[in-house]
Design a protein around this ligand. Structure first.
Ligand code: UDP
Length: 194
């Protein structure tokens, strides 16, 4: 596998199924894991914001989302195996969480949106242990939310706060939490609530 560096961002070269496998094995070992699904917009943002680039450097896996990333790798002569859309990866992980009855926390979007998304998830994946959820309209300086989530000891936390807010929150969480797989999922709860 190894990785492909595109404009300073190191992408892991795995298929969607390989990412799922790696994520589940890290959850089993209770290893903290931070995944970012990065598209060209995120790469360009990171180039212009060094603090965000640092966050990407500390992520355990940067996943190639967006056809632009796959094309970029091709042009560099280091082709990536495939494009891994964040929303598809989210659905795969929910299916696995259902099989294994994992603890999942949903953070982000408007309150009505996340409530509906969670009730749809509960109906479709009845074995997921949904340990909590809340909207994404809070101040990042407010550490209450970090504690609130940490206390639930989730195996997976999906943060739908939009970028860069979701990655900033996740990097704060990883400093205080003992375990968990965390991934920013942008506007996914809006889709799940539909
Ligand atoms: N959002 C949030 N808190 C904020 C700003 C945005 O929870 O402070 C939510 C918003 O309701 C939406 C998602 O984050 O559900 C952002 O989706 P968008 O598609 O804009 O993000 P992107 O996919 O571009 O990161």
């Amino acid at each position: 596998d190894t990785s492909v560096n595109i404009l300073g961002v190191e992408f892991i070269n795995k298929t969607k199924q390989e990412f799922v496998f790696e994520i589940l094995s890290r959850i089993e070992k209770q290893e903290k894991t931070f995944a970012v699904t990065a598209n060209p917009e995120i790469v360009m943002y990171a180039r212009n914001h060094s603090s965000y680039m640092k966050i990407l450097e500390h992520a355990h896996m940067v996943i190639p989302d967006g056809i632009g990333v796959v094309k970029g790798a091709q042009i560099l002569g280091k082709p990536l195996k495939e494009r891994v859309p964040g929303y598809e990866l989210l659905l795969e992980l929910l299916a696995e969480a259902d099989k294994k009855a994992l603890k999942v926390y949903f953070l982000g979007a408007k309150e009505s949106v996340v409530t509906k998304a969670v009730s749809n998830v509960a109906a479709q994946y009845p074995n997921i242990d949904i340990v909590g959820y809340r909207d994404g309209y809070f101040d990042l300086k407010d550490e209450k939310v970090l504690e609130e989530v940490k206390q639930k000891k989730p195996d997976m936390v999906f943060a739908a706060l939009g970028f860069p807010k979701q990655e900033l929150w996740i990097s704060q969480y990883l400093e205080v939490a003992d375990k968990g797989f965390l991934m920013g999922v942008g506007g996914s709860f809006d889709v799940l609530s539909g």
